[in-house]
Ligand binder design. Structure first.
Ligand code: SF4
Length: 394
């Protein structure tokens, strides 16, 4: 088991559930839009939110961002993402250093040569002074050059990709060791070794998990857009999560222009839920449909029920219903698998396929209870779902 690290009010590692985090893409110097996006991400289910702190303009706005969040009663832990000048910013802006709940340090860009260790040390000492945890966030795209060159000299037979994976792990392990030597507690260190290549990130994390009991922050960095980003993240994270590796995850999607940043939180929740690690939303079990489904009615019902659950889950939660997140709702296309899946679900609807009796049997807790028909079928089924939540999760 990994060590527990507290980040603000949230525990990561140890017995805690795998946490979800995300990162803003707004300019940090614009405190209003950044605070707004932090709140949107928190509302979507991000348990921690990170934002970049590039320069003094961004650093001095951290106080204002926190004020807005406090006024709006949001206490989501905040993480400062530092590259190149974190040691300077943490010294120059003590209020920012105190407000942030965690500092992200990239050992590949804290300074090169003789500057590397002193700069890294300053950041660690700031974390110690302010009693904050850090994430040692190694990244395939910005590997510590000294570590890489040394490994290259020693392992001439290895490919550049193998060397990069080794270098990420060595850089992470050396940084953990140095941070502890400088006085930071083991309960203050989270680690990551992200890569955009799924096989590379899997291998790096597998190796890291063998060598350290610090909590691991998982991610496929620069996963990309749309389906590609979702699939890459799901493949990488699921492979590791199924081995028991990973204490917190971030899904790094490139948003479609104009689309919401919260999509990455939704995908992260789905990944944890489908891996059987956490429950966030009732799930809809629907078959793919085939030549036995009579029309698009089946697709429409599956879509409408999925949206109905998504819309109503926050309302049920607010009303105090507990455990409905585990509910399984089946919407099936015909008699072949329809009754079977419907019986296994908490509540299921089996639509009539080609040539079947045009009624839709509903099963609740494995028993046939009703046969729906006609245009009111969807509304009647929604009402049965609502009644089920109220009678079973009150
Ligand atoms: S349940 Fe029926 S409609 Fe759905 S995929 Fe299977 S055979 Fe086709």
């Amino acid at each position: 088991m990994t060590v527990e690290v507290r980040v603000g009010k949230i525990g990561i590692g140890g017995d805690n559930p795998v946490r979800i985090q995300s990162m803003t893409n707004t300019p940090t110097q614009d405190e209003k839009v950044t605070a707004k996006q932090i709140m949107e991400l928190a509302d979507a289910g991000s348990e921690l939110v990170r934002f970049t702190i590039m320069d003094g303009h961004g650093a001095e706005k951290v106080v204002k961002i926190k004020e807005i969040l406090e006024k709006e009663k949001y206490d989501v832990p905040l993480i400062g993402d530092f590259h190149f000048n974190g040691h300077l910013l943490l010294e120059r802006f003590p209020d920012m250093a105190q407000i942030l709940d965690k500092y992200r340090i990239n050992p590949g860009n804290v300074g090169h040569g003789e500057k590397h260790d002193p700069n890294f040390r300053i950041m660690i000492e700031k974390a110690i002074d302010n009693k904050k945890p850090v994430r040692i966030g190694v990244n395939f795209g910005s590997i510590d050059k000294q570590v890489y060159m040394k490994l290259m000299d020693e392992n001439k037979e290895k490919s550049s990709e193998e060397l990069a994976i080794d270098a990420m792990v060595v850089s992470a392990m050396q940084s953990i060791k140095k941070a502890i030597e400088y006085g930071l507690g083991k309960d203050k260190i989270i680690v990551s070794t992200k890569a955009s290549s799924v096989p590379s990130m899997i291998r790096a994390y597998e190796e890291l998990a063998k060598r350290t009991d610090q909590p691991l922050h998982l991610g496929v960095t620069e996963a990309g857009m749309g389906d590609k980003g979702i699939i890459a993240s799901t493949a990488g994270l699921s492979t590791l999560l199924q081995q028991g590796i990973g204490d917190t995850i971030r899904v790094s999607l490139t948003p479609e222009p104009g689309s919401s940043r919260t999509k990455e939180v939704e995908v992260a929740q789905q990944i944890l839920q489908q891996n059987g690690l956490r429950q966030f939303m009732p799930i809809v079990i629907s078959c793919p449909g085939c030549g036995r489904t009579t029309s698009i009615l089946f697709q429409e019902i599956a879509k409408e029920i999925t949206e109905y659950l998504k819309e109503n889950a926050p309302k049920w939660k607010k009303a105090g219903y507990k455990g409905f997140e585990d509910m399984k709702v089946a919407v099936m296309g015909c008699i072949v698998n329809g009754p079977g899946e419907s019986k296994e679900a908490n509540i299921g609807l089996s639509l009539p396929g080609v040539g079947e009796d045009p009624v839709s049997p509903v099963y609740i807790d494995g028993k046939p209870v009703e046969k729906l028909k006609g245009d009111k079928r969807i509304d009647d089924f929604k009402k049965l779902i609502d009644d089920y939540v109220k009678s079973h999760y009150g």
